[in-house]
Design a protein around this ligand. Structure first.
Ligand code: PEP
Ligand code: MN
Length: 346
């Protein structure tokens, strides 16, 4: 529920609304806007007596948010959320941010080479899993904490932001020490204890769409993060299961304008997991930027043939350079700009 204050409502009137909401046993979230302030009532269990709020001085109207997700909806917050990251990088504004790197952190040489090459081509963040959610327990599971240390080293050397996955609530603590963006993988989109832990972390979260999740389910999972107090949430379309085996997943680009309409949160696209095939990654990255994605996440490996995971969908370094050149042109056509990495040492 949203309590919209009149234009020119006084700070005392706003405080009174907050106090009454809290007295009723709910959370209150004042949101100053350009025209007027709204106060969000958090935790509505359907028993809120709206008339108690409608009658308060300074209140213009009380709006019922009609969607099952509340704080992530456009009804709650009409203007887009811009997630501010370190080094002046932001996701959700007019810039298109590129996050690139290998599927997994494998060893020092591999991750440092990957970091240097993606930075040179213009990525603003390095991706790479220290912990990997693999379908088979016999596949490479990631280096764990030593992998995080290597990511920290890559950050120090290149100035790139780090995006890496936390697989369980305990892992959130470790990952948050190093990562600029905590990734929640597709398989964990509905791991609610993980979502709650990430919602309490003081770092932005990248939430990937589940393999068979509807957009409504994706937004409800994001709601868990906001409900715990973390408003720095970036969504990611990474393809969903279909019946056709021609590609690894069906890369649902329609999700981008659909999410933009329903939610104020930024959404990026991952054509690597979306297609699973190296030669499909660049065309779909171009399409994602054209469709309005706020960024793209791409797997790139210094030597894809030797990758310990997802080699078949990892770009060769020169292919990534070409992709970057192409999306810069596309971004410009739609009035956007591909974000530039910060100077080293910034
Ligand atoms: C990944 O980004 O490394 C990953 C495992 O992706 P997803 O969770 O989308 O499968
Ligand atoms: Mn991968």
């Amino acid at each position: 529920m949203l309590i919209v204050m009149r234009h020119g409502a006084t700070p005392e009137e706003i405080k009174r609304v907050v106090a009454v909401i809290e007295e009723m046993g709910y959370g209150a979230q004042p949101m100053p806007g350009a025209q007027r302030t709204a106060v969000g009532l958090v935790g509505n269990d359907g028993r809120v007596d709206a008339s108690r709020l409608e009658g308060l001085p300074g209140v213009q109207e009380v709006i019922q948010v009609t969607k099952p997700y509340k704080q992530v909806s456009r009804e709650w917050k009409p203007e887009p959320t811009v997630v501010q990251l370190a080094n002046g990088v932001s996701i959700g504004g007019s810039d298109v941010a590129v996050i690139a790197g290998p599927c997994s952190v494998e060893n020092e040489r591999q991750i440092l080479d990957a970091a240097r090459l993606v930075r040179e081509a213009g990525a603003v963040a390095l991706r790479g899993g220290a912990w990997k959610p693999r379908s088979s327990p016999y596949s490479f599971q990631g280096l764990g904490r030593p992998g995080l240390k290597l990511l920290a080293k890559a950050r120090e050397e290149t100035g790139l932001l780090i995006c890496t996955e936390a697989m369980d609530p305990e892992g959130v603590g470790y990952v948050a020490e190093v990562a600029d963006i905590i990734q929640i993988g597709a398989r964990n989109m509905q791991n609610f204890s993980l979502l709650k832990a990430a919602g309490r972390a003081k770092k932005p979260v990248l939430l990937k769409r589940g393999l068979s999740a509807t957009i409504e389910e994706l937004l409800l999972s994001a709601e868990y993060l906001l409900a715990e107090g973390n408003h720095d949430v970036i969504l990611c379309e990474r393809g969903i299961r279909g019946f056709d085996t021609a590609t690894r997943n069906v890369f649902d680009l329609t999700a981008i304008p659909v999410v933009h309409k329903l939610s104020h949160l930024p959404i990026i696209a991952d054509p690597s997991h979306g297609t699973g095939l190296r030669d499909k990654v660049t065309p779909m990255a171009r399409a994602a930027v054209a469709a309005g994605a706020d960024g793209i996440m791409v797997e790139v490996h210094p030597d894809p043939d030797k990758a310990l995971s997802d080699g078949a969908q990892s770009l060769f370094p020169e292919q990534f350079g070409q992709l970057m050149r192409e999306i810069r042109v596309i971004a410009e056509v739609i009035g956007r700009r591909v974000a530039e990495p910060a100077p080293v040492g910034a």
